[in-house]
Design a protein around this ligand. Structure first.
Ligand SMILES: [Zn+2]
Length: 455
């Protein structure tokens, strides 16, 4: 047993409390007790103490849409004229970068993304992966990276027809193979069942409507159905996705996907920027999870997703980063302000952003990994972070969100515990040699950039 104590304990969850001098007792991957540090130490003599030294102890953050494979894009120059549209960004950067990746690149870039995520306080990540010239086994490489870094990961391979029929079929096969292997390893995070959440989960990854034929989508949905999983894909991110769907299929992206059985309570639709009220009603009715990625949408200049309208219409909207950042504190702050600017109304977005970041993300993680995640309470998975934040104004149950948005950032996260195991201590990730990983990444990224330049 370990006790994480001597901190400002922020429980979140249904029974929100802030306990000064608080502690959690952890055993077999689960939180068994929450209370005053001295009480828990008196009761559980001999338990190891992870001393928060007055810092904030809170649930680890959850990111429901990320791309570990994008790590080598950092500092990469795009040749030629700067892209002016979202499809140009895809064609001149992402679809060339992903084709340049080998299996080792996949492992190293995913490791870097996971390390940065953990250091910024994320303990559960939903990754969406593409490497068309290294498909088979790519999800195993990502799973190995997640295991070494020590965070929970829901993985999928991005099926697309953009590189031809063989990679599309291989992508479906990679998802199926990986998800089956989870069942074999007893790690599949299925809802219900085990009290201890799984460390790995999987779903059927899909790129987006504009690069997927009805035939490919039909096959992917059929396989996902057999495995009891949903799909994770980009939906109406730029205006072109919708225009393509209307031109070729005579309906909106959301309606096309709903008709083909892609949507549902186990599916994650990232972005949904260009959706109308009819689409929003379909997303609500199918209980599809929408991943809102405010900063990425700003950077790609695709527009501001109607995330608040979706929340008000009953859509389950959670928060992702789309690989733009690995800091969910930063993502939450951007989400809080972008809707105020877009609506010219400073009164909006506060509650909705909180609900996405701390509420819906926890519910989604719980559904995908099993057990319970996202709060510090008995029976919950023991995923928590210790954040060096010493508030200079009162901190309580009702104003934690304000402290989180304006006082806390990923760089203040000092220790992290996942599944009851200390995976980061004093900002050192314990499961791998970070300096060696970075050195190897510099060698590999140079070669990736050379291949990229030759495309
Ligand atoms: Zn994405």
């Amino acid at each position: 047993m370990i006790i994480v104590g001597n901190g400002n304990l922020v429980t979140l969850g249904a029974d929100r409390r802030v306990i000064s001098g608080g502690a959690v007792a952890v055993e077999d991957g689960l939180i068994v007790e929450v209370g005053a540090t001295r009480d828990l130490q008196a009761k559980h003599k001999g338990a190891d103490l992870l001393d928060a030294a007055g810092a904030v102890i809170m649930p680890g953050l959850i990111n429901i849409h990320a791309h570990g494979y994008g790590a080598f894009a950092r500092g990469l120059a795009i040749p030629g004229e700067p892209p002016r549209t979202f499809p140009q960004i895809l064609q001149s950067l992402w679809w060339k970068l992903d084709r340049a990746l080998t299996l080792e690149d996949v492992y190293v870039s995913a490791s870097l993304g996971f390390v940065d995520s953990l250091k910024n306080g994320t303990t559960t990540i939903f990754d969406h992966h593409a490497s068309p010239n290294a498909i088979a086994g790519s999800l195993d490489e990502e799973a190995r990276a997640a295991g070494e870094v020590g965070l929970r990961a829901c993985l999928c391979y991005e099926v697309s027809d953009r590189d031809g029929p063989e990679p599309a079929a291989a992508g479906i096969e990679e998802n199926v193979r990986f998800i089956r292997s989870l069942v074999g390893r007893g790690l599949a995070g299925r809802a219900g069942g085990a009290r201890r959440p799984g460390l790995l989960a999987g779903c059927m990854g899909l790129h987006a409507s504009l690069t997927l034929s009805d035939d490919t989508l039909g096959r992917a949905v059929e396989e996902a159905g057999k495995l009891g999983v949903g799909c994770h894909l980009h939906v109406a991110e730029g205006p072109e996705d919708g225009a393509d769907s209307v031109a070729r299929y005579g309906k909106s992206v959301v309606k096309r996907l709903a008709d083909l059985g892609v949507l549902g309570p186990r599916s994650i639709a990232a972005h949904c920027v260009h959706v109308d009220q009819d689409d929003i009603d379909v997303l609500a009715r199918t209980r599809t999870v929408v991943a809102h990625n405010a900063q990425s949408n700003m950077s790609n200049a695709v527009g501001v997703a109607p995330a608040l309208a979706m929340v008000h219409s009953g859509v389950r909207v959670g928060l992702g980063t789309d690989g733009f950042t690995t800091d969910m504190f930063e993502a939450a702050t951007s989400t809080n302000i972008v809707h105020k600017l877009a609506g010219r109304d400073p009164s909006v977005g506060w509650e909705e952003g909180q609900r996405m970041t701390l509420g819906t993300n926890a519910e989604v993680a719980t559904e995908f990994f099993g057990g319970r995640l996202g709060a510090l309470a008995p029976g919950y998975g023991a995923d928590l972070i210790i954040v060096d934040y010493d508030p200079y104004t009162p901190l309580g149950e009702d104003n934690f969100w304000g402290h989180m948005l304006f006082g806390m950032r990923g760089g203040q996260v000092r220790h992290a515990v996942v599944d009851g195991r200390v995976v980061m201590r004093d900002r050192r990730v314990l499961g791998l040699d970070e300096a060696r990983l970075r050195a190897r990444a510099r060698e590999l990224s140079e070669k990736v950039w050379e291949r990229f330049a030759g495309m």
